[in-house]
Design a protein around this ligand. Structure first.
Ligand SMILES: Nc1ncnc2c1ncn2[C@@H]1O[C@H](COP(=O)(O)OP(=O)(O)OP(=O)(O)O)[C@@H](O)[C@H]1O
Ligand SMILES: [Mg+2]
Length: 321
C-alpha cells in the first residue's frame, strides 16, 4: 500500500518542481515594463514596472483613471512606441529588440489596432471595402476584395461596403475599423477606448462584434475602456494605477441554488514578481496608512496594520494648524 504524502512532503515537492518560465504560455507578457517620456528637461514616468500576462484567445479589459498609463501600454504592445526598460513579448516578438523593419512588419501582420477616434482608423476618401483592402495591399495578399467583403459581412456591414466613412454612423465606422484591423489575420487585436465616442446602444453593437470576433476567430483581444457595459461582460478586467497593474477582477459563471446561471465577480490585488502589491486607495485613506505599516503573518493570511505611533489623524492635523 502506498503511503499518503504528508502536507510537509507535498510542500517540499511543490517547491522543487520545475516551474514554467514567467509568461511562457502567454501570448502577451510584460515584465517590469517601464516607459519614461522626456519633454525638454521634464520626465514623465508613464509605466513604472508593469507586469501583465494574457493567454492566447483571451479577452481582457484594461481600466484605470485618466493618465494611469493605459494608452502608453497599448501603444507599446502595438509596436507604436518603444519601452524604456523591462520586457514585453507579444506572439513571440520581443518588443525591446525589434528593428525598424521588424516593427513595421509586426504592426502590419501580428497586430490589429482600433483607436477611439474613428477618423484615425479609416481613410476618409475610401469606401468601406477599399479601407479594409488597404492593409492587404501593403501585405501583398491576393483575392483582397473577396476577403474584405467577408470581413465586412462578419461585422454586420455587408450592405454598406461602398459607403465612405462620412456616409456611415459612428458605430458603423468603428465596425469597419474592426474589419480593417482584422484584414491581415492578426494574432492580437488592441483597442483603445473603441466605444469612447459612442452612445450606449451603439457601444453595445460594437462590443458585441468585438466579442464575436474574439470567440469565433480566436483572436486575443485587449480593450481599454471606461465603459461598465464592457467590463461587466468580460471574464478578466485588469486595473492600472500609476503605471502599474494594481487589481484584477475575475468573473465566472456559477449555478445558484435554483439551478440558474449567475455571474460572480471577485476582485484580486495583483502581487508582482518581487512581492509588491498596491493597497486600494480607500484602505490607505480609511486606516490613515502612511509611509510605514506593520505586517504580521498568520497561519493562512497576512495582516497590514497602521503604524499607530506615527499616525496623523485629521483631528491632529487641524490642531497643528
Ligand atoms: N507622448 C507623450 N509625451 C509625454 N508624456 C506623455 C506622452 N503620452 C502620455 N504621456 C503622459 O504619460 C502618462 C500616461 O498617459 P496615457 O496616455 O497612457 O494615459 P491613459 O491612461 O491612456 O489616460 P486616458 O484615460 O486619459 O486616455 C500621462 O501622465 C501623460 O501625460
Ligand atoms: Mg488613453
Amino acid at each position: 500500500m502506498t503511503e499518503t504524502p504528508s502536507f510537509w512532503e507535498l510542500q517540499q515537492q511543490a517547491a522543487t518542481r520545475p516551474r514554467p518560465a514567467y509568461g511562457s504560455n502567454s501570448i502577451i507578457a510584460c515584465d517590469n515594463l517601464v516607459k519614461i517620456y522626456e519633454i525638454a528637461d521634464l520626465q514623465v514616468v508613464a509605466l513604472q514596472g508593469l507586469d501583465l500576462l494574457v493567454d492566447p484567445g483571451e479577452l481582457v479589459a484594461i481600466v484605470g483613471s485618466s493618465g494611469s498609463g493605459k494608452s502608453t501600454l497599448l501603444n507599446i504592445l502595438g509596436g507604436l512606441d518603444a519601452p524604456s526598460a523591462g520586457k514585453a513579448t507579444v506572439a513571440g516578438h520581443d518588443l525591446m529588440a525589434m528593428s525598424g523593419k521588424d516593427r513595421t512588419d509586426y504592426r502590419l501582420n501580428t497586430i490589429g489596432f482600433i483607436w477611439q477616434q474613428s477618423a484615425r482608423n479609416l481613410f476618409p476618401y475610401l469606401s468601406a471595402i477599399d479601407n479594409v483592402q488597404m492593409p492587404m495591399i501593403l501585405q501583398g495578399t491576393s483575392q483582397r476584395r473577396t476577403r474584405a467583403g467577408e470581413l465586412l459581412e462578419l461585422v454586420d456591414l455587408g450592405d454598406r461596403i461602398t459607403h465612405r466613412p462620412s456616409e456611415l454612423s459612428g458605430g458603423e465606422q468603428q465596425r469597419v475599423a474592426i474589419a480593417v484591423a482584422l484584414a491581415n489575420s492578426p494574432e492580437v487585436l488592441l483597442a483603445d477606448e473603441p466605444t469612447g465616442e459612442l452612445d450606449t446602444m451603439t457601444s453595445n453593437d460594437v462590443f458585441r462584434v468585438l466579442r464575436n470576433v474574439n470567440k469565433d476567430l480566436g483572436v486575443t483581444l485587449v480593450v481599454v475602456t471606461h465603459d461598465p457595459l464592457v467590463t461587466e461582460h468580460v471574464s478578466r478586467t485588469v486595473a492600472i494605477r500609476d503605471g502599474r497593474t494594481s487589481t484584477e477582477t475575475v468573473r465566472a459563471t456559477q449555478l445558484d441554488a435554483a439551478g440558474k446561471h449567475q455571474t460572480v465577480a471577485e476582485e484580486f490585488v495583483i502581487l508582482d514578481r518581487t512581492g509588491r502589491l498596491q493597497l486600494p486607495e480607500h484602505y490607505v485613506e480609511e486606516l490613515h496608512l502612511q509611509r510605514l505599516v506593520r505586517l504580521t503573518l498568520d497561519d493562512d493570511h497576512a495582516n497590514v496594520w497602521p503604524d499607530r505611533d506615527n499616525i496623523v489623524t485629521p483631528d491632529a492635523e487641524e490642531e497643528e494648524q
